[in-house]
Design a protein around this ligand. Structure first.
Ligand SMILES: Cc1ncc(COP(=O)(O)O)c(C=O)c1O
Length: 303
């Protein structure tokens, strides 16, 4: 079942108009929220990022925070989701009279709002699910830089992902699993849909949010839990050479959780196997997700 503009409908009935602004211009905001043990993980942080993007694009937020919570809880319940991914998709509305965006010029001035569930991380990834934790991913460096924040603010999870799609084509052509991008100054930014961490001499480093990256919720949680576990974590600029000669590299996102990178453009990272810090952080992340899921369940039971 999909949440579509106020109703819960079978996925075949969840449709948008050809005049949808997101379809015509990529004029919208999206979010991806992890579901773990039937609880949405860090939902408020995802909503904060989404609300900021909507505010910047001057798209009216269609629901109050408590209503978002309610709709998402209901969608998890209706789909009997244990784990998986929820994709929230909000477009400005409908109209194609030109790029003009003002509500009075649109055919439909209210946003089109969908929440699309993808139940089951394991079934989504199939055989890759097990392999990525045990063996890690092979990466390639993207030949194109990320879109500069000066052009489109990277802090927004906006619906213009062609830079990532073109990156994904390069990943396929190079027979790798993932792609990592720099900016035009040569500093590492992020992957095509995930943030990047390295481990050097016991220190955990990740590019700062000023490097054209999406400030990932998983990235934020990893910084928090690694520090709590006594690790030194810093947001720091580093180039592709520093990345490729790191002791460990891993990527993270709502969909991927945390995955070791064992090779970049043919160069082994460390000994070419998932490293101990990455494994520890991945374990801490799952523990945090389970802890929050228990807290979520007891809050809902008390309601
Ligand atoms: C470009 C990009 N960077 C980073 C991330 C990771 O963000 P999060 O941890 O909030 O899923 C994503 C998630 O889809 C992304 O698209």
């Amino acid at each position: 079942m999909v949440y579509a503009n106020g109703a819960f409908v079978p996925e075949g009935d969840a449709k948008v108009s050809v005049y949808d602004r997101c379809y015509l211009y990529g004029d919208g905001i999206f979010e991806g929220v992890a579901v773990w043990q039937s609880a949405p993980f860090r939902l408020d942080a995802h909503l904060d990022r989404m609300f900021a993007g909507l505010q910047f694009l001057q798209i009216g937020n269609p629901l109050a925070r408590s209503e978002w919570h309610g709709r998402i809880a209901e969608l998890i319940r209706r789909n009997e989701m244990d784990d998986g991914y929820l994709r929230i998709q909000i477009s400005r509305g409908e109209g194609m009279s030109s790029i003009k965006w003002e509500p009075r010029l649109l055919r439909k001035a209210e946003p089109n709002v969908f929440i699309i569930p993808v139940p089951g991380f394991a079934s989504y990834y199939g055989a890759l699910h097990q392999r990525k934790q045990e063996e890690g991913y092979r990466a390639t460096m993207m030949s194109r830089p990320r879109i500069a924040s000066a052009a489109i603010p990277s802090s927004m999870k906006h619906c213009n992902y062609l830079n990532s799609v073109i990156g994904a084509m390069q990943v396929t052509a190079s027979k790798c699993d993932i792609g990592i991008a720099t900016d035009t100054d040569g500093f590492v930014t992020e992957g095509i849909a995930y943030n990047v961490f390295i481990v050097r001499n016991g220190r955990v480093l990740t590019p700062p949010t000023t490097r054209d990256i999406l400030p990932g919720i998983t990235r934020e949680v990893i910084i928090e839990i690694a520090r709590k576990a006594g690790r030194e974590v810093a947001e720091a600029d580093f180039d592709a050479y520093t990345l490729m000669t790191a002791d460990e590299v891993f990527i993270c996102s709502t969909l991927e959780i945390a995955v070791p990178i064992v090779e970049i453009d043919g160069r082994k990272i460390g000994d070419g196997r998932p490293g101990p810090v990455t494994k520890e952080i991945s374990r801490l992340l799952y523990e945090e997700m389970s802890r929050e899921a228990r807290a979520y369940a007891s809050r809902r039971a008390a309601e």
